[in-house]
Design a protein around this ligand. Structure first.
Ligand code: URA
Length: 200
């Protein structure tokens, strides 16, 4: 039998694999439906998330909820996780070593949930999941083929809070996300180079 999210959490909850294990208040594992079709991947917990131990509870999270509601979904129907499970001090960018030690846990979460779509929020999550040094403005709103799921990069909701044009794009990308989620005909094929398989 494969692992459950609860079992993975037990393995991870006291993690000290990098120095963020010393500075965090709470490890932020993830939130939502273990059987969700839609999984969001953000960058790393911020201050509010570190305090509450839940992902996307601040202003960016409120916008994410609104965008989800705009396509008829609630947060509890999706699953939300981050590349890093612990807050980098002063919200600095994740370091390569931190990504390296934390990424396998994210991949395990994806493996357990088996979502139809992994929607990456912003540059960091997108680069980690596509495993490529892509520019978010070039790949956002395009659908890539992952290993048994679609990968759909969009802007990070925080970027839309300070740049109005990003919000326009984000709203449009959510409509596309709704289409992808309801599409039954296109099934992803396994293990191919993502950019050869731009599907939508
Ligand atoms: N930004 C992220 O990338 N993740 C969170 O959980 C909160 C803000």
């Amino acid at each position: 039998m494969s692992k459950t999210l609860a079992e993975l959490y037990e393995e991870l909850k006291d993690c000290k694999k990098c120095s963020l294990g010393k500075t965090r208040t709470n490890l932020v594992f993830g939130f939502g439906d273990e059987n969700a079709d839609l999984m969001f991947v953000g960058e790393a917990p911020g201050r509010n998330e570190d305090i509450q131990g839940k992902p996307f509870v601040g202003a960016a999270g409120q916008l994410l909820d609104k965008l989800l509601n705009s396509i008829g979904l609630e947060r509890s129907q999706a699953y939300i996780a981050n590349v890093l499970k612990c807050r980098p001090p002063q919200n600095r960018d994740p370091l390569p070593h931190e990504i390296e030690v934390c990424k396998p846990f994210l991949l395990e979460q994806i493996e357990i949930i088996k979502p139809k779509v992994v929607c990456t929020l912003g540059r960091f999550a997108t680069q980690v999941i596509l495993d490529k040094n892509v520019t978010i403005s070039k790949v956002r709103g395009k659908c890539f083929d992952g290993n048994g799921h679609y990968i759909f990069p969009i802007y990070h909701p925080a970027a839309a809070l300070y740049q109005r044009t990003n919000l326009v794009d984000l709203k449009a990308d959510f409509l596309k996300l709704k289409e992808i989620l309801s599409d039954e005909t296109k099934k992803s094929s396994q293990g191919e180079e993502p950019e050869q398989l731009m599907l939508f």
